[in-house]
Design a protein around this ligand. Structure first.
Ligand SMILES: [Zn+2]
Length: 75
């Protein structure tokens, strides 16, 4: 189940709940019980893919782990 983040519009409390996506809007505030609750973006949806993929394979020396090696280069 995804984790949703909500904010109560009455008491301004922010809280998180695990909800089925079909029931994601059926939420009451955990503190005051108000039904005026706004759903925020989940942290899973905000996470971006990609980034610093490593491109270190295939470079440099096959005899040691250095990326550019001049001491153990093989003939
Ligand atoms: Zn509330």
């Amino acid at each position: 189940m995804p984790l949703y983040e909500y904010r109560c519009m009455d008491c301004d409390l922010r809280f998180e709940l695990l909800k089925r996506s079909s029931a994601a809007d059926e939420v009451e505030c955990v503190r005051c019980g108000s039904a005026r609750v706004q759903r925020l973006f989940s942290r899973f949806a905000a996470r971006s893919s990609g980034g610093d993929g490593s491109a270190s394979l295939g470079g440099g020396c096959s005899g040691c782990s250095a990326s550019s090696c001049a001491s153990c280069r093989r003939p």
